[in-house]
Ligand binder design. Structure first.
Ligand SMILES: Nc1nc2c(ncn2[C@@H]2O[C@H](COP(=O)(O)OP(=O)(O)OP(=O)(O)O)[C@@H](O)[C@H]2O)c(=O)[nH]1
Ligand SMILES: [Mg+2]
Length: 243
């Protein structure tokens, strides 16, 4: 498969307080396993994985950011070129939920003129007996901010693939409908060499496109990324973890 052999590439970012499980969710999505001894992220890490939306290969570029305050300035540099992402909190940590609004504001302000498509993710459902954030509170916050809400466990994998698939599907629909456009000089969405699958158009013609899209995962496929938004330069705190 060539480096451009996808219909679209979506650049996604994972945001949220330190230790909520952003890196663990990504590792679970990419490798299908949990790493209890995972290190806290320093700056920004990069991963990539292929999913399929209605037969179209979509390359997800996944930017895993550090939640610690001292990296906030580095992380901000990645907002502008993200088409969307995961806003993560820990359901057993009320403070991490309270901070979600700040992460969202910061991302939206720094992403202008683009409006990233975020989903809200409450992680660590395997620890539900220690829950400090109710599902109702999270659903309310998400709906007030136009987001979908998912609960995951990076430990047992519950809902992890679902989150990425649903987000890819949503962004694909927005691109397909012309709400989000491929733009020169913006890395949020890029077009690959693969033509859009005709099955997508036939789904749209018979009126079931928006809801009838299927998203499947191509297991084990991932790529080397093309480089960071800052002209392909990687900073010292940005490590590439893919392939
Ligand atoms: N029980 C449980 N532990 C989890 C889960 N997800 C992550 N953890 C643990 O939480 C700790 C922090 O996880 P990370 O994935 O490093 O958190 P992070 O959000 O990436 O943190 P930063 O890189 O500092 O922003 C680690 O000990 C993980 O093993 C989960 O779903 N369930
Ligand atoms: Mg991390």
């Amino acid at each position: 498969m060539s480096d451009q052999d996808f219909t679209y590439q979506f650049r996604l970012i994972l945001l949220g307080d330190s230790t909520v499980g952003k890196s663990s969710i990504l590792r679970q999505f990419k490798e299908g396993t949990h790493f209890p001894d995972i290190s806290l992220t320093v700056g920004v890490d990069f991963h990539a994985k292929l999913v399929h939306v209605s037969g179209n290969p979509i390359k997800l570029q996944l930017w895993d950011t550090a939640g610690q305050d001292r990296f906030r300035a580095i992380v901000r540099a990645y907002y502008r070129n993200a088409v969307g992402g995961l806003l993560v909190f820990d359901i057993c940590n009320r403070e991490s939920f309270a901070n979600v609004g700040t992460w969202l504001d910061d991302a939206q302000r720094n992403a202008e003129p683009h409006k990233p498509v975020f989903v809200l993710v409450g992680n660590k459902t395997d620890q539900a007996k220690y829950r400090e954030v109710s599902r109702d509170d999270a659903v309310l916050f998400a709906s007030q901010h136009g987001m979908d809400y998912y609960e995951t466990s990076a430990k047992n994998g519950s809902n992890v693939e679902e989150v990425f698939h649903k987000l890819a599907e949503k962004i694909f629909t927005l691109v397909d409908d012309g709400v989000i456009r491929v733009e020169e000089g913006w890395d949020g969405v890029k077009k690959g060499s693969r033509k859009e699958s005709s099955s997508t158009h036939s789904l749209q013609r018979n009126g079931s496109g928006r809801h009838g899209r299927t998203v499947t995962l191509t297991s084990g496929q991932s790529w080397r990324g093309e480089g960071a938004s800052n002209g392909g330069q990687r900073g010292p705190q940005e490590r590439k973890k893919c392939c």
